[in-house]
Ligand binder design. Structure first.
Ligand code: CUA
Length: 446
């Protein structure tokens, strides 16, 4: 029995299937939070447009070619009875010119929007753009805002520096200047833009305008293999309203107050009285330091900063930005921590934190190797987006960072902790009480 073959119907069916499949793929991708198909910026819209027209035209070409192929296979198949044979030919100039010119035209057709998009996204950022320097480190991100500075107690102008959390105002183009401090990294916030490498001794640029959603957070990643904790080199990007950004940056410009607004210890806690006395002792006893911190030029504009927006509210964090990394087995007795004692410990170099970290406003904390901790208490995550920033995770991190994040430069600081990189147990280090005090101080640095 022989059915009449209808090439037109077959082609139509194939086209429908192809279109439905590609729509499904795109729809499925936009459901995922870390998808490049979110069109939240001009750059992602350009890239999305290019992707879509290439998918559609590619599908059309695919369907036409496959339809001709299938038609030929069926039409000229061997069958018993009628011995219909295709004509044997040796060269067909018209056909050969056609199948050269048609793909060439298709390539030109694809090249026009592609080249236009490349020129658009590679051009200089609009003047008036927010400038952000991104510096890749093994394995964390340093973000510098060179347009925003504040005068330190010593009179030095400090750029606003933060780590692993990027704040961007909605509607303003941001121009990233990308460098690496060591090996090659790659900066990527899929929902906002394409990726770009960070290379030592070479500057790359990337710009986009987050213009279609505010008050939300996105995940950012390192997407170039850079060593043991490459997968743990993450960051969060917060797109906020221009007002919130102004408030946030004004707060970032202020140094961490050395005599920080110290949380009152719980009344039931016997340490309360002691802590209160210690706090006042630190303010008075640290003489010159406290006096400088209290000098008019460094007084934090508390009216703006502390009353307004100083950090993205944690309860508004989308679920996909909250880290769920399991914590390794580290014993910690979790004693009550006193922020004033913690401040004093750091001021006196206990735990050697000052060798690597800066806390603007704390005169001995001027290290440059690790993340700047000036406003660390207001960050939502620690360890480059790996753990939530709470007292417990911070304590475990200080106690044994190398168990928390493989290969990390941060040394093992807990007394009698096993250091997996040095393969030895630390005979010097901080007690749980000292760690709890430092954690309480760091958590107070909002
Ligand atoms: Cu940095 Cu991978």
């Amino acid at each position: 029995m022989h059915h009449r073959f209808r090439p037109r119907r077959l082609a139509r069916a194939a086209l429908t299937v192809a279109l439905a499949a590609s729509s499904l793929v795109i729809a499925a991708c936009t459901q995922y939070p870390n998808s490049v198909f979110h069109q939240r910026t001009d750059t992602n819209r350009d890239i999305g447009f290019l992707f879509e027209i290439l998918i559609w035209f590619g599908s059309i070409v695919f369907v036409i070619v496959e339809a001709i192929l299938v038609y030929t296979l069926i039409r000229f198949r061997r069958r018993s009875g009628t011995a219909r044979q295709p004509e044997h030919v040796h060269g067909n100039t018209t056909l050969e010119i056609t199948w050269t010119i048609v793909p060439a035209l298709i390539l030109v057709f694809i090249a026009i929007p592609t080249v236009r998009t490349i020129f658009r996204t590679q051009s200089r950022a609009a003047s008036g753009a927010l400038q952000v320097e991104v510096i890749g480190h093994q394995w964390w991100w340093e973000f510098r805002y060179p347009q925003y500075t504040s005068r330190s107690p010593t009179g030095k102008l400090d750029t606003v520096v933060t780590a692993n959390e990027l704040y961007l105002p909605k509607g303003r183009t941001v121009n990233f200047t990308l460098h690496s401090n060591d090996v090659i990294h790659s900066f990527w916030v899929p929902s906002l833009s394409g990726k770009r490498d960070l290379i030592a001794n070479h500057t790359n640029y990337l710009w986009f305008t987050p213009d279609s959603a505010a008050s939300t957070a996105y995940n950012g990643f390192c997407v170039e293999y850079c060593g043991a904790s490459h997968a743990n080199m993450r960051f969060r990007t917060f797109v906020v309203t221009p007002d919130e950004f102004a408030s946030w940056i004004a707060h970032q410009e202020t140094p961490a107050a050395f005599a920080t607004p110290i949380p009152t210890p719980p009344a039931a806690n016997p340490a309360a009285a002691v802590a209160a006395t210690t706090a006042s002792a630190v303010r008075g006893g640290a003489g010159a330091v406290a006096a400088r911190a209290a000098a008019p030029e460094v007084t934090p504009p508390t009216s703006v900063a502390q009353a307004g927006f100083i950090a993205f509210p944690r309860d508004k964090m989308p679920a996909y930005t909250v880290p769920e990394t399991p914590t390794p087995d580290i014993q910690y007795s979790d004693p009550y921590g006193d922020p004033a004692r913690g401040a004093t410990l750091l001021l006196h170099g206990q735990g050697a934190c000052l060798g690597c970290h800066t806390i603007r406003g704390n005169p001995s904390m001027i290290g440059q190797i690790g993340p700047n901790l000036t406003h660390v208490g207001s960050r939502t995550t620690i360890a480059a987006g790996l753990y939530p920033n709470d007292a417990r995770h911070l304590a475990l991190w200080i106690k044994n960072a190398r168990k928390m994040k493989p290969g990390v430069l941060m040394p093992t600081i807990g007394l009698n902790e096993y250091d997996p990189q040095l393969n030895t147990t630390m005979k010097a280090g901080l007690t749980d009480q000292q760690i709890a005090d430092i954690v309480a101080y760091l958590q107070a640095l909002k």
